[in-house]
Design a protein around this ligand. Structure first.
Ligand SMILES: [Zn+2]
Length: 256
């Protein structure tokens, strides 16, 4: 049980965040793996995250070309849940967009749960795992349908023999550029309020991105663990579950 003073601190912070959200004319939300763990997806870098079991090189372009079977085995084991549903956090963000409180979401996640929850202004800087594309003929597939085929589902029919007809998920792997980084960068530069949800801000490009938030903007970090930005003057850091924290903020928004 938290003691009374830490409880009061959290309540004060929640109240402050609700007021900031209400006042802000340009709120940008940055989300990472922790956003989706409440939907049952593993994160990458926590103690029990994906990278505690396999090296991150598995999700590199080189590894994918060399060992597509092992690459997809890892995707299916760690990153793919068939009937994934958005959680309360995704739903509240979609409601806030509808109410004009959230102006843009930038996500590192490839699960498309923000879209599933009804958010429209979403930039998926690491792409989406919902679709996959043949590297040779560019035919696009629904990833779930490919997986359902089983076998060597990751080779396209456009060639008889297996060669450069690999089907790659439409996600950004290590060693690849982040095509929408520029867009994300421009958006952050104009933000008045930035929410950082479920990322420890250790990984390029998101850690860099946050540095470009205007000096007068406020940054609200909600993450399970501490981040190196927590003690910055602009930052309110809350180390509580995202869904519950957003619900608490939302209750205050509704009475305003
Ligand atoms: Zn093809």
């Amino acid at each position: 049980m938290p003691d009374e003073s830490s409880l009061k601190k959290i309540m004060d912070e929640i109240k402050e965040v609700a007021e900031l959200l209400h006042k802000s004319n340009n709120t940008v939300v940055l989300t990472g793996a922790g956003m989706s763990t409440e939907s049952g997806i593993s994160d990458f870098r926590s103690n029990r995250g994906v990278y505690s079991e396999i090296p991150e090189e598995v999700f590199s372009l080189t590894y994918f070309y060399r060992y597509p079977r092992q690459f997809y085995d890892a995707v299916l084991k760690y990153l793919y849940i068939k009937d994934l549903q958005p959680n309360i956090g995704h739903i509240i963000l979609a409601e806030w967009e509808e109410k004009g409180l959230v102006h843009q979401i930038i996500t590192q996640n490839v699960d498309s749960l923000h879209f599933d929850a009804g958010s429209k202004k979403v930039i998926e800087i690491h792409g989406t795992g919902k679709t996959a594309t043949c590297l040779r003929c560019k035919r696009q597939y629904v990833f779930a349908e490919l997986v359902a085929k089983g076998g060597e589902f990751y080779y396209c029919d456009c060639l008889d023999k297996h060669a450069d007809n690999l089907i790659k998920r439409d996600t950004v792997l290590f060693e690849e550029n982040v095509p929408r980084y520029e867009d994300a960068f421009k958006i952050i530069q104009k933000a008045e309020l930035v929410f950082v949800l479920g990322t420890s801000l250790t990984v390029y490009p998101v850690a860099d991105l946050i540095e470009y938030a205007p000096p007068r903007s406020k940054i609200v970090i909600i993450n399970k663990t501490t981040t190196s930005f927590d003690n910055s003057r602009q930052v309110i850091a809350i180390h509580k579950p995202i869904g519950k924290t957003l619900m608490a903020i939302n209750e205050l928004i509704e009475v305003q």
